[in-house]
Design a protein. Sequence first.
Length: 155
Amino acid sequence: MEYRNLGRTGVKVSPLCLGAMNFGGPTTEADSCRIIERALEGGINFIDTANVYNAGESENIVGRALKANGRRDSIVLATKVHGDVGTGPNERGNSRYHILKACEDSLRRLQTDHIDLYQLHRPVMDMPQDETLRALDDLVHQGKVLYLGASNFAA
């Protein structure tokens, strides 16, 4: 497998990233674990999920699978924040309040002490962008997140 830089970083990732959106939903945990294992055997070292995929179950499955096979340190693990994770008014979006809580919840579900790539799943343009960026920067400075990204943002 040839590996490429993740963006402008020095981190090497497989050109294919295993997307875990269906884990815990249409794809059972047993099948999800087999898919993860086959991907790792094939040289894929990049797994992407999100806190909203199947109400957090995708992160739970990825976390359990990586813990069971002891391969967490060889994986570039990506997840996302933004979508509804509850019914309360602060359980969605890109506010500092939501981002910090969502990151802690993702760390717990993924059974890890850091997220390699933490992405904003969608933009929110009706709030101060500096609030969002400061929260993300604080997570990096705290060592909970290594790299930041954006998903589903227009160029």
